[in-house]
Ligand binder design. Sequence first.
Ligand SMILES: *[C@@H]1O[C@H](CO)[C@@H](O)[C@H](O)[C@H]1NC(C)=O
Ligand SMILES: *[C@@H]1O[C@H](CO)[C@@H](O)[C@H](O)[C@H]1NC(C)=O
Ligand SMILES: *[C@@H]1O[C@H](CO)[C@@H](O)[C@H](O)[C@H]1NC(C)=O
Ligand SMILES: *[C@@H]1O[C@H](CO)[C@@H](O)[C@H](O)[C@H]1NC(C)=O
Ligand SMILES: *[C@@H]1O[C@H](CO)[C@@H](O)[C@H](O)[C@H]1NC(C)=O
Ligand SMILES: *[C@@H]1O[C@H](CO)[C@@H](O)[C@H](O)[C@H]1NC(C)=O
Ligand SMILES: *[C@@H]1O[C@H](CO)[C@@H](O)[C@H](O)[C@H]1NC(C)=O
Ligand SMILES: *[C@@H]1O[C@H](CO)[C@@H](O)[C@H](O)[C@H]1NC(C)=O
Length: 676
Amino acid sequence: MKPPPSTVFPVLFCLFIIVFFFSILISADISPGSTLYAANPNQTWNSPNTTFSFGFISSGGGAAFFAAITYNGIPVWIAGASDLGGGASDSSASLQFLADGNLRLVNGSSSTAVVWQSNTAGHGVSSAALHDSGNFVLRNATVSVWSTFDNPTDTILPSQNFTVNKVLRSGLYSFSLLSSGNLTLQWNNTILYWNLGLNLSITNNVSLTSPSLGLQSIGILSVFDPSISNPVIIAYSSDYAEGSDILRFLRLENDGNLRIYSSARGSGTITERWAAVSDQCQVFGYCGNMGICSYNQSNPICGCPSLNFDPVDPNDGRKGCKRKVEIADCPGSATMLELDHAMFLTYAPELASQVFFVGISACRLNCLVSGSCIASTSLADGTGLCYLKVPNFVSGYHSPALPSTSYVKVCGPVIENPTPSVGIAEGKGSGLHAWIVVIVVIGTILGLVVLEGGLWWWFCRNSPKFGGLSAQYALLEYASGAPVQFSYNELHRATKGFKEKLGAGGFGTVYRGVLANRAVVAVKQLEGIEQGEKQFRMEVATISSTHHLNLVRLIGFCSEGRHRLLVYEFMKNGSLDSFLFTTEEQSGKLLNWECRFSVALGTAKGITYLHEECRDCIVHCDIKPENILLDDIYNAKVSDFGLAKLVNPKDHRYRTLASVRGLEGIWHQNGLQICQ
Ligand SMILES: *[C@@H]1O[C@H](CO)[C@@H](O)[C@H](O)[C@H]1NC(C)=O
Ligand SMILES: *[C@@H]1O[C@H](CO)[C@@H](O)[C@H](O)[C@H]1NC(C)=O
Ligand SMILES: *[C@@H]1O[C@H](CO)[C@@H](O)[C@H](O)[C@H]1NC(C)=O
Ligand SMILES: *[C@@H]1O[C@H](CO)[C@@H](O)[C@H](O)[C@H]1NC(C)=O
Ligand SMILES: *[C@@H]1O[C@H](CO)[C@@H](O)[C@H](O)[C@H]1NC(C)=O
Ligand SMILES: *[C@@H]1O[C@H](CO)[C@@H](O)[C@H](O)[C@H]1NC(C)=O
Ligand SMILES: *[C@@H]1O[C@H](CO)[C@@H](O)[C@H](O)[C@H]1NC(C)=O
Ligand SMILES: *[C@@H]1O[C@H](CO)[C@@H](O)[C@H](O)[C@H]1NC(C)=O
């Protein structure tokens, strides 16, 4: 049966309408002659399902305009971003798809002010389209002539194929894929600061033919190659395969780090899901020339090596630092500023003539005497390497975890930064905080000095020797059998960076250390000692010339800059207080009576010797269980003597009895059984 003719026409019409819309959805083509204007930001070229759009975005409150492909306002490609001006134009700009097939961004109306162009004139380009993948393609009748996926700026989208000759750029930083399959990050096309080689056991050692890097939409970054069957996975984003309708993309940020971000549709926000360089301070040049990168609680911050430097831009620590006085302007008075736990990032290619196998002091000296050297780093990581830096670009990194010590050549005198790493990028609130810290520190130091002075006056007011000490002891200064003098760095190394704390006494903190000859020692870092070098040495000489079985022996000392340290023999069983003030539960540590008696006797012998029998009598002033140490066979040894200055024994010997307080604990406990 034939349908009535009146019903055939509407069916055909509906089919025609459907086919018409379908073809519009598929192509959504932009024809030559179309133009977008920065002055009309609502005008855009959209992908068929409007996931991506191509149009003008503005930054800096309308100061600069960029022609960009965006996802919910997040730019994923910017015309001319890799060029010198970064693709910036102003509100008079237009993006023109010309009849000759060229796509160009023009600033103003003049056709000579071309900011960027695709250079596709004369290739038969007949249409352009923005795909739902985010790829903008210029086509001739048969093939794609030019596309944004083939000319990336700083971002790689899922389904984008990043091959060997392509490069992502952001400022001075660039990211590329080598033909070996390695992924690299470089600064200024010269310094390689991140290199990731493929796992050879996965690639079976075959050499790749044409590797390419791709990010799957579920968040897995991999390297593909025709000669390997499975892609080599580089990284999983932390949210991989989670959520729905999330766009993930790989971007080289202007801080030099390569990251995977994810952004839920419609949110307009991005979240970091992976970073190539996990330690941001390892990015070369992050803090600019002569800038030092460190961390506050959470973020990397940029500062200058010392107050001998000014930030180039006080509002932006990343611009680096410059010397207040150039080295050339202070011939003869140049000196080396010491930066502990700091290194200058030195990556290959470093000239062979700038690398030495020498120790820290020689490294410093080599740089000081070399006219071309401006800074040096001793890695102190076991390699024995010392790097000298010539004036080009010096990028610094400070972290308490770094073993290296660096030196920077400055015009003397050295003016240290006020408090440890007050970043110049910090705000007013933390500035106030820093001031409070400074005031508290200065107050504490002044308090200690006054206390010290008071003690000195109290013990020495009647001493005829007061004031005449230097004459009497000058000879002792370098007497034979004098204690060993250590450098601060030696002790720093011996104590592994003052890591293992044994205790904290009135004069400073004590750390465990191991000397080069394997001897175990206790290193006391004196605090609040504001004495001169000479006076300190005299006291050290006196202490070390006082030998007795019941006195802890002084092995050596360090007096360098503001550091004052004493090195004592190590007492295996620690101090007496840990045996006295212990509970029955920890009773493994209680002493038996015999042992208590011998401890008391030994202590008394030590004190008697100190106070009465020794040539240069020393009043201890601080006898307490914490200052009585026990060696491996529970011999009592008195420590901390001599630190409260030398006094005339006749006047003060009885005063110390008051401070024997606490020793009665020896008799007041029901002791158990150690001390053989
Ligand atoms: C764009 O052109 C205007 C003059 O037409 C000029 O003032 C402006 O600096 C230019 N902007 C850029 C980014 O080149
Ligand atoms: C399209 O471009 C390709 C490569 O440039 C060229 O080989 C081809 O002939 C062009 N086709 C037309 C119809 O112009
Ligand atoms: C748009 O197309 C892309 C690619 O085909 C797809 O992943 C996405 O889900 C689509 N978005 C919408 C809203 O349909
Ligand atoms: C990426 O492009 C290269 C060269 O054009 C090609 O050999 C390779 O198969 C492509 N890879 C993917 C995953 O599309
Ligand atoms: C980057 O390298 C070029 C030469 O390759 C050099 O002229 C320029 O000074 C370098 N930039 C910086 C900031 O050092
Ligand atoms: C690739 O990286 C590995 C280390 O990950 C390195 O040994 C190798 O030399 C690199 N290859 C190239 C060509 O840079
Ligand atoms: C390389 O891959 C093998 C096998 O998957 C794995 O056992 C090995 O740990 C990987 N090596 C590295 C350095 O990741
Ligand atoms: C760390 O520095 C950043 C950037 O300078 C700042 O926003 C943040 O508040 C600082 N955090 C702390 C705990 O000081």
